[in-house]
Design a protein. Structure first.
Lengths: 192, 192
DNA sequence: GTCTATACGGTGATAGAC
DNA sequence: GTCTATCACCGTATAGAC
């Protein structure tokens, strides 16, 4: 991995752990093993480097979700896989985390990838739910868009509660509760 | 409002807007109108002042929720009021926000009020849902604890999505989706 | 209680040598 | 491409006068 790459990956980790406001160029240099001069050679400054890191995290999130949503299984199965698939629960969501950062939200360039990926995700999930509804798999009374928004929120909020409790179990409970609401009648569908 | 009080209130606002990592003593002094010496007279330092601010925010959250949950109305009505009651959507939750702050989570003293209030909230809501289930108002298959965890998550995650989209409507959609899942058959219950 | 002075390390860069 | 030097300001205090 070359220096530029190490800088981006180190920045991604630090943004995840500490946010933009809590991440200094010095910390990035220390973690990546790059010197001061190297960092400013490859990037114009902290915002420029953060933009590269944020874009990559957003792209990765999108690709991971798309792989699950376009995979095999019924709609409920795919949604279940998506909700249960998240790892690193106590570290939170690398993209959702950025919404709490005042400087990311204040900078249109840094903000855009965050905004776009959540808009895409909600829409993509709504499409999946609409499919399930058309198939008769889901209750016809469910509105795809609002239900999708609620499910993505459960995921993001589950991270918050898991961190508050310092326990991944809380995330699992949030997801179980959501799946119980989504498919109350589903017997033995892995709905623990 | 005396100086000590203004220091606490200013710190609460700044923790809300910028988190602990993003809030400097200097910014607190500027917002509160207190001088350097004043701040260190009333508090031992930034962590001490932050602790007072966090405790107060947690207490306020608890009191507000309790007022709604112990108020009049059916269980679904009270849950609906709670979920729709949140204001300042784009500012996020003053307590939930702190779960994203590495230094708050790393300090047991600062962390405790956050942990406790979410544990209390989830439990309190689970009790309310159990009541609704016993009354026959809610589906008997709903598990109170996991459902309560999911609902609190929708709220916290709704803030995240609303901030990502810079639009309170997204929060409203998340809540509508959750309420649609909770009481799918409820006709004309304000379930827009 | 509040003020000013002082301190030491960190932040976010720029300049120029190698 | 990477290194070291330098910089002006900020972060988080402590000390002591008023």
């Amino acid at each position: 991995m070359d220096t530029r790459e190490r800088l981006i990956e180190s920045t991604r980790e630090l943004l995840w752990e500490r946010g933009y406001v809590g991440t200094s160029p010095k910390a990035i240099q220390a973690r990546s093993g790059a010197g001061q001069g190297s960092m400013y050679h490859h990037f114009r400054g902290k915002p420029d480097l953060a933009l590269a890191a944020i874009r990559r995290s957003a792209d990765e999130l999108r690709a991971g979700v798309e792989a699950v949503f376009s995979g095999p299984g019924t709609v409920v199965e795919r949604v279940t896989t998506y909700l249960r698939w998240e790892r690193d629960l106590l570290r939170g969501c690398p993209v959702g985390r950025l919404t709490q950062d005042p400087e990311v939200m204040a900078d249109p360039d840094l903000r855009r990838p965050v905004e776009e990926v959540f808009a895409w995700l909600t829409d993509r999930l709504a499409g999946l739910l609409a499919e399930g509804r058309a198939d008769g798999e889901l209750d016809a009374r469910l509105d795809p868009l609002t239900t999708a928004t609620a499910l993505v929120s459960v995921l993001q909020g589950g991270y918050v509660l898991a961190r508050a409790a310092a326990s991944p179990d809380v995330y699992a409970r949030a997801v179980d509760g959501a799946l119980g609401l989504l498919a109350p009648a589903a017997p033995g569908k892995g709905n623990r």
